[in-house]
Design a protein around this ligand. Structure first.
Ligand code: GCB
Length: 613
């Protein structure tokens, strides 16, 4: 016990030290990027597979080699050593898109691929800045424009912007990007994952030009006071501007609600504002009202669609706009239905949300990492509440301050991108992490960090592994103290015990709102048989039926999130004939066929029969 206490103390100190000095500033990240005019760089890019990155991409000391493929040379140059690569004659691949599902030979490839394309640039208007925006690239990315390194980024699921103002010239320019999908022990996530590690430039790439005084970040929300009183609330937040002197004016205008807030920028570029908010139609699943909000500063202006609502916890209830809610949800990976591969397009999003609406869901958990921003946009429009998560999945290097520092950056990137989306009600800091003091300190600090960054939302995490005493399930995980809402994962009837044992289970859970954030069983679509036969659709239904009876006995149950809406590719699901590389816990197969369990949830959600708000 003494050793344990000492270890906790040392870790707390090192984490506190890290919180103080590991706070690396984010590189510029333009909020509302999809609301700005942009020159898309999506399309066909040349690519070269680099199976010896120790030569071309990394120097011997691990630093980045700026003098190889990034130079974009051609092989035969008289009088000079040949360069043994050539983008101009290399094949092409579509961006956005993972390489795995585009090039059969790269299906299982998890290394480095170099991308290159030319693009045309008009003479720049005076006093502007230009950024290359990458929606996401998995996992480590290095970007050069016209031979100059523009930026580096780690993390496969969040966006970043590289400033290229000074390296562009009118006419033809080129960009070279190296993407390294190698899984890393100290990566987030780490090496062992139950989803497919799609590599490449998996989301949109574009060039965005802004005035030299520009809005990089903003937050517009309803005041989150100690009580929610729709008749007496305020609209508040900030507009952050780069390049403006203190005292510069910003405005936040919502013509439909007769709001016109004016504020001035402080020495750090921030303009906090506050204005009376009356007569707003609040955002909810029933009325997913979005307002046109125009933010302006000098020559820069953009209009976003923002909903306003209040989300909070009261005892063991979740209140949306003061009304108790029960979350009828499903889990989802960012995998494209039917065509497969990483989801990125309007069509993917429309199909996935079509399934959710057909299920009568009012909630979705976007597991286990931030999905394409289009998902939150659609959720905003459709009135589907969202759980958004960073990829702290099971085992990561919780003992390392540098991993904590990376985690904070990912958290910031996630929150920054989506803090103006009314649909997002929960930030999740992790999924199924081992219960030990090192991880608890790490994730408690991260939860607190999330709450500081965004005090208007609820913080959660998916917890696994309650202590089982016979049929007593006890969640006494100390991480729950740091959470507003407890996500409880459990697989009774699949990994643990039998389906019928669920009838006798007694749960002891924290006195907080509890979401059963994962539960389920595998079934191959079209495989029919007795409920006692594993892998049949009937057995999947049978497991869920026993789960329903068990869950209804949990007084603080506030939502059900079956694992998972759709079957998804996974490197660890290797039973031929049944799994064939897919996790088959979906209510729908990867090609869109609804299993019997889909109907079970559809009916239950229609009747609101799984729990009470
Ligand atoms: C879990 C994980 C999820 C897996 C799932 C499974 O507990 O959170 O990522 O895919 O179980 O199917 O085993």
């Amino acid at each position: 016990a003494i050793f344990r206490a000492a270890a906790v103390a040392i870790l707390s100190l090192s984490t506190i030290a890290c919180v103080a000095f590991c706070q690396q500033p984010l590189q510029t990240l333009l909020v509302g990027i999809d609301r700005r005019p942009a020159a898309s760089l999506d399309g066909d890019w040349h690519y070269l597979v680099d199976q010896a990155p120790g030569r071309a991409l990394y120097n011997a000391d691990g630093s980045i080699n700026d003098n190889s493929y990034a130079m974009n040379e051609h092989p035969v140059i008289v009088g000079k050593h040949n360069e043994e690569y050539d983008f101009s004659t290399a094949p092409t691949i579509r961006v956005p898109g993972d390489w795995n599902t585009q090039v059969p030979q790269l299906f299982n490839y998890e290394g480095v691929v170099w991308y290159q394309r030319d693009f045309e640039v008009q003479p720049a208007a005076a006093n502007t800045r230009t950024f290359l925006h990458i929606g996401a690239a998995n996992y480590r990315t290095h970007v050069w424009v016209n031979r100059r390194r523009a930026c580096d980024h780690e993390g496969g699921y969040t966006p970043f912007d590289c400033e290229v103002t000074s390296v562009l010239h009118p006419g033809t320019n080129f960009v070279v990007i190296a993407v390294d999908a190698t899984r890393l022990v100290d990566g987030i996530p780490s090496v062992g994952i139950d989803w497919f590690n799609y590599g490449g430039l998996t989301r949109d790439v574009s060039l965005v030009t802004v005035p030299s005084v520009f809005i990089d970040d903003y937050d517009v929300h309803l005041e989150h006071g100690s009580q929610f009183d729709p008749a007496n609330t305020e609209l508040t937040g900030y507009v952050h501007v780069i390049g403006a002197g203190a005292g510069t004016r910003i405005t936040v205008a919502i013509p439909e609600a007769a709001v016109n807030a004016v504020a001035t920028i402080d020495a750090s570029g921030n303009a906090p504002f506050r204005v009376k908010a009356t007569h707003f139609t609040l955002w909810s699943p029933e009325t997913p009202k979005l307002y046109k909000v125009t933010l302006s500063c000098g020559e820069d202006s953009l209009t976003d669609d923002i909903g306003f609502r209040d989300i909070r916890v009261d005892g063991t209830r979740i209140l949306l706009n003061g009304k108790a809610k029960f979350l009828e949800g499903a889990n989802l990976h960012a995998e494209a239905p039917i065509r497969g591969g990483r989801a990125y397009s309007d069509v993917d999003v429309a199909t996935l949300f079509g399934y959710l609406k057909d299920l009568n869901a009012n909630f979705v958990r976007l597991a286990h990492y931030p999905h394409d921003e289009r998902m939150e946009r659609e959720a905003d429009r459709d009135g589907i509440m969202v759980w958004s998560e960073i990829p702290n999945w099971q085992h990561i290097s919780y003992e390392k301050p540098e991993v904590y520092a990376k985690d904070v950056i990912m958290l910031k990137e996630m929150i920054r991108r989506d803090r103006n989306k009314a649909s997002v009600i929960l930030w999740s800091v992790s999924n199924e992490t081992p219960n030990n003091p090192t991880r608890t300190t790490f994730l408690t600090n991260l939860a607190n960090e999330a709450r500081t960054l965004d005090p208007t939302r609820l913080i959660t995490s998916a917890i696994i592994g309650p202590r089982a005493k016979g049929l007593d399930m006890i969640n006494d995980d100390p991480l729950c103290e740091a959470l507003d809402v407890v996500g409880q994962d459990e697989y009774i009837g699949w990994y643990d015990l039998t389906p019928e044992d669920a009838d006798k289970i007694h749960w002891t859970l924290p006195q907080k709102p509890v979401l059963i954030s994962e539960f389920g069983a595998e079934a191959k679509y079209g495989n029919h048989g007795a409920p006692t036969n594993r892998w049949t659709e009937e057995q999947q239904v049978y497991v869920f039926q026993h789960q329903f009876a068990m869950l209804q006995k949990i007084p603080q149950l506030r939502g059900t999130i079956p694992w998972i809406l759709m079957d998804f590719r996974s490197p660890v699901r290797n039973i031929p004939g049944l799994q064939d590389g897919y996790n088959r816990k979906g209510l729908i197969s990867e090609d869109g066929q609804k299993k019997l369990a889909f109907r079970l949830f559809k009916d239950a959600y229609e009747k609101h029969s799984l729990g009470k708000p």
